[in-house]
Design a protein around this ligand. Structure first.
Ligand code: AMP
Ligand code: ZN
Length: 473
């Protein structure tokens, strides 16, 4: 497949180090709060990437960290400790917060059909490994002690700003975010590997180290967890675009200084989900979660579908209106698949199957063009092929798209009006009467009509998207 590589700023053929195998690393969540649906956009697109690589026959091993220590609010070495902030907010210990929000993260992922990576490592379980790598960086002269902390010396590298195209000003995290500068640093870009003389006197989690009792910086955790589980040569590293600098830049600096050679070949960055007011952010207090979508009556998989309609390298604006549009098209899609599930007999039309499979591979293989992949799904529905062929294709595509299309079609959960052809006329008529009754606020009559519809085998539900009618199985 062709994949855009943030290192080279162009699309490249994806060629793993070892034929047939892919080592893939994903920066995991900082578990001090629920993930917002922006974070989850990144995890959805990374999940599609992993699934597509597997779809093409590659054997993927994917590793992810859980950030439960070391991440400060500025992404650099300034600001507050995020975990400590979460613990104070909820009057709990850091570990209680970490456990709770790790579970919440995976519960959200399950609702979005995001597969759990093969290996998941909480940073607090790898402290010895961090100390070992930091000690080696000290021995090699890439790290120094100042004011009690251990820093990585970026001036020792030939090239530090590997992702390029950022202005000098953009790169000065401290200056950019209007927070204090750390006078211990020899160079502005240097970053903390180990905090000992903590700026946080109330830091809960501390460990013994050769440099005194303290805790690791954020960036070292991903380098160590990746190298330990995936070896010295990494094929693919993923994260949201905000991770490119300073986080991934620092990961590359310390990993390559430690290894003495190039570490990771391909860098995959998902651009942000924004609201109409700008970037979605947890620090702003109010943010959108999967639970909130559910409370408002949205199926989480409709959010996944919404994400697939845009390219991962473009920022995406979230609004309820945009999501409602996705709901409408998703329901129509499912309604169109529904009749196919009634008659699965007949042989697969191999010519049509191969033609449409090739079109799907052209789409996903072209830098993960999921929107084009969804278009191919519509082409399948328009094809002259029989139901068996169409279902076989949809089922294959859904291994990558992860939308439960056939399951939903079989359950025939379709909005009234969009799938008139599937709903008996008698039920349609009762639905219209019920709609009129609700409009007139005659809820007693509306309830009566709902019961009549139920007696005919259909369940009616009012949701934000409108009336949903489901065939009772
Ligand atoms: P965090 O939990 O803050 O460490 O972030 C988890 C992941 O979400 C990282 O890969 C971030 O780069 C990514 N991310 C953060 N904000 C957004 C956003 N608004 N849209 C998409 N991805 C995001
Ligand atoms: Zn990371």
């Amino acid at each position: 497949m062709q994949l855009y590589n943030s290192l080279s700023h162009k699309k490249e053929d994806f060629i793993p180090n070892e034929a047939g195998k892919v080592s893939m690393y994903t920066c995991g969540p900082t578990v001090y709060h629920f993930a917002h649906i922006g974070n989850l956009r990144s995890y959805i697109m990374e999940d599609v990437l992993e699934k597509y690589l597997r779809f093409t026959g590659l054997d993927v091993k994917r590793v992810m960290n859980i950030t439960d220590v070391g991440h400060l609010t500025s992404d650099g070495d300034t600001g507050d400790d995020k975990m400590l902030k979460g613990a104070k907010r909820e009057h709990k210990t850091v570990m209680e917060i970490a456990r709770f929000y790790t579970d919440a993260f995976f519960a959200d992922c399950a609702k979005l059909n995001i597969k759990t990576p093969d290996v998941v490592v909480p940073a607090t379980t790898y402290i010895d490994e961090f100390i070992r790598v930091i000690s080696s960086l000290m021995d090699k002269g890439y790290a120094y002690e100042a004011g009690g902390n251990i820093y990585f010396d970026t001036s020792k590298l030939d090239k530090y700003y590997v992702f390029g195209d950022l202005s000098e000003e953009d790169l000065e995290v401290g200056v950019r975010e209007g927070v204090e500068e750390d006078g211990n640093k020899r160079n502005k870009a240097d970053f903390v590997l180990w905090f000992t003389k903590s700026k946080f006197d109330d830091q809960e989690l501390k460990w013994e180290s050769p440099w005194g009792t303290g805790y690791p910086g954020w960036h070292i955790e991903c380098s160590c967890i990746s190298m330990k589980n995936l070896g010295e040569y990494l094929d693919l590293h993923c994260g949201g675009i905000d991770n490119a600098f300073p986080h991934h830049t620092n990961e590359i600096a310390q990993s390559e200084a430690y290894l003495g050679h190039k570490w990771c070949n391909y860098w995959f960055h998902v651009h942000h989900l924004n609201t109409t007011n700008g970037k979605m952010s947890k620090s702003k207090g109010e943010f959108l979660t999967v639970s909130l979508l559910e409370e408002k009556g949205y199926d989480p998989l409709v959010y996944r579908y919404f994400c697939l309609l845009s390219h991962y390298r473009k920022s995406l604006v979230f609004s309820w209106e945009n999501l409602d549009n996705a709901v409408t098209t998703f329901n129509k899609l499912v309604a169109k698949i529904a009749p196919l599930t009634q008659d699965k007999s007949g042989d697969i039309d191999k010519t049509e199957f191969d033609r449409l499979m090739a079109a799907f591979n052209d789409a996903l293989g072209n830098d993960l063009n999921t929107a084009m992949g969804v278009t191919v799904l519509y082409d399948v529905l328009k094809s002259k092929a029989n139901a068996a062929t169409k279902l076989a294709l949809i089922s294959e595509f859904d291994k990558v798209l992860g939308l439960d299309l056939i399951k939903k079609a079989e359950a025939k959960t379709t909005p009234a009006g969009d799938s008139g052809e599937d709903i008996p006329a008698e039920v349609q008529e009762l639905l219209e009467q019920r709609k009129a009754a609700r409009k007139e606020k005659n809820f007693a009559l509306a309830d009566e009509l709902r019961d009549k519809i139920a007696a005919l085998g259909y369940e009616v539900k009012e949701t934000r998207q409108g009336t949903l009618i489901t065939k009772i199985q």
